[in-house]
Design a protein around this ligand. Structure first.
Ligand SMILES: Cc1ncc(COP(=O)(O)O)c(C=O)c1O
Length: 447
């Protein structure tokens, strides 16, 4: 029988942890989880407003998903990608049926970063060009190419990275890089900036524009109307592959199967992972347009993975998609955003001087915190750590004390619960956030 002390000791002594200085990292041992909740070994329960790493879209331990995995494990755990497999084919068909337009083939990977690597590889071979343009406010994964494409500071200690990666500013009306005073102006100026970047980099050198449809970890930045359609047009004009990274935004998170559906835009490649099977097993992939797939009709695709289309992972994707359809989870996430999360967060914003802006859609929201609503000075500086990040650490601690597990990044709290969370649970979580925001309010110029 495991206990808290053994789990702590083994994890401290033998596990090398992600994104952590190993000496001081003390992760909380988790004993179990169900639905929107998980609990520790003392029995303390937490409402999961993070969906772990924004991936448990279906909620924890969905019984039908667990049963489907058990059934597949009893049938066939694994078989190499060189064989045909029923669940692999079915998962690919279901995903292709959900994807927009002529995106009809799926390359499976074990996660998001590998999906990005392979999307870039496809774009490069397809165009015969090498450069990849992506946004400064982005995260695309921690393998070499995905990290090179990543715009945010996690790239810095990994530099020098791969060559041929160029960054540009995406739209962000609240903190416009273009000094815009309206969302229309932001769209127009952000598109002009992308066009200029392509012009000076040399259109004939650019293989892909890689964008998170809704920027996730770096702010839940919902693109203003017309932006994605404008990117599509620019890519068409120059023969550039448009890659939509939907690793975080896809599979219900934005209240759509694919986030691009919200704007009716069809990219050439879509990367996915996380919500496709809620991370019950490692799975990701690239949905590929007919035009890009045609490049590899007679030409060998120069990539592959031992676990590409892993039967157990694919069986979980098939079951997850069926459950999503039968339980109306995508529609539920959309309604939650419109009727529950959005209104409740806007109401918080009215009462808390530390709330600069709330934004989002579906089960994908950010509460951006500031010291001063007029100047919009962030509650903590960009990329703050240690004492400089104390206000955010105190806020997170105040949430956890009260049984809410928040997702925080820089000066923001993201409200990203499972897409299956009930309206009542959302209200419960936001009531805790309401109390905890008193901590942030104390740092404002109003206090
Ligand atoms: C938008 C986006 N792309 C790619 C990744 C990388 O996915 P993974 O951690 O599965 O490699 C992430 C992970 O958070 C992500 O949010």
């Amino acid at each position: 029988m495991t206990d808290d002390a053994t789990v702590r000791a083994d994890n401290r002594n033998y596990v090398f942890h992600s994104w952590a200085a190993q000496g001081s990292f003390e992760p909380l041992p988790i004993a179990g989880a169900l639905g929107s909740w998980f609990w520790d070994y003392s029995g303390k329960r937490y409402l999961d407003f993070s969906s772990q790493l924004v991936n448990v879209n279906i909620g924890h331990q969905h019984p039908r998903l667990v049963a489907a995995i058990q059934e597949q494990a009893a049938t066939l755990c694994t078989v190499s990608p060189a064989f045909a497999n029923d669940k692999r084919g079915e998962a690919a068909r279901l995903i292709a049926e959900l994807a927009p337009g002529p995106l009809n083939k799926v390359f499976f990977t074990s996660g998001g970063a590998e999906a990005i690597e392979n999307a870039i590889r496809m774009a490069r071979v397809h165009t015969g060009r090498h450069k990849v343009l992506s946004a400064y406010r982005s995260y695309h994964g921690s393998t070499t190419g995905a990290m090179a494409a990543t715009g945010e500071p996690r790239r810095w200690p990994n530099e020098p990275t791969a060559i041929g990666f160029v960054h540009f500013w995406g739209p962000y009306p609240y903190r416009s890089a273009f000094h815009s005073t309206s969302v229309e102006q932001e769209t127009e100026r952000a598109l002009a900036h992308l066009r200029d970047t392509i012009a000076v980099e040399g259109p004939s050198t650019v293989a892909a524009v890689l964008l998170e449809t809704v920027v996730g970890t770096n702010g839940v930045l919902v693109p203003p109307p017309g932006y994605l359609a404008g990117v599509r047009d620019i890519c068409d004009e120059y023969g550039i592959v448009f890659i939509a990274d939907e690793v975080m935004a896809g599979f219900g998170r934005c209240g759509e199967w694919f986030a691009v559906d919200h704007w009716g835009v069809t990219p050439d490649l879509i990367t996915f992972a996380k919500g496709v099977n809620s991370g019950y097993l490692p799975l990701g992939g690239v949905v590929i347009s007919d035009a890009v797939a045609d490049t590899f009709r007679d030409r060998v695709f120069p990539g592959g993975l031992t676990y590409s289309g892993h039967p157990l992972a694919c069986a979980s994707a098939v079951a997850s998609i069926q459950i999503f359809k039968e339980e109306g989870i995508v529609e539920h996430a959309r309604t939650l955003g419109e009727d529950v999360i959005g209104p409740a967060l806007r109401e918080l914003a009215e009462r808390h001087p530390s709330v600069g802006e709330v934004r989002g859609l579906g089960a994908f929201w950010a509460v951006e915190l500031v010291r001063d609503r007029e100047t919009r000075e962030p509650l903590v500086p960009f990329n703050a750590s240690g004492p400089a990040a104390a206000p955010m650490a105190e806020l997170a601690a105040a949430c956890k004390e009260r049984g809410l597990w928040p997702f925080t990044h820089f000066n923001r709290v993201h409200v990203v619960p499972p897409c299956t969370i009930s309206a009542e649970e959302v209200r419960q979580g936001i009531a805790i956030l309401d109390e905890a925001l008193a901590v942030a309010d104390r740092y404002t110029t109003d206090s």
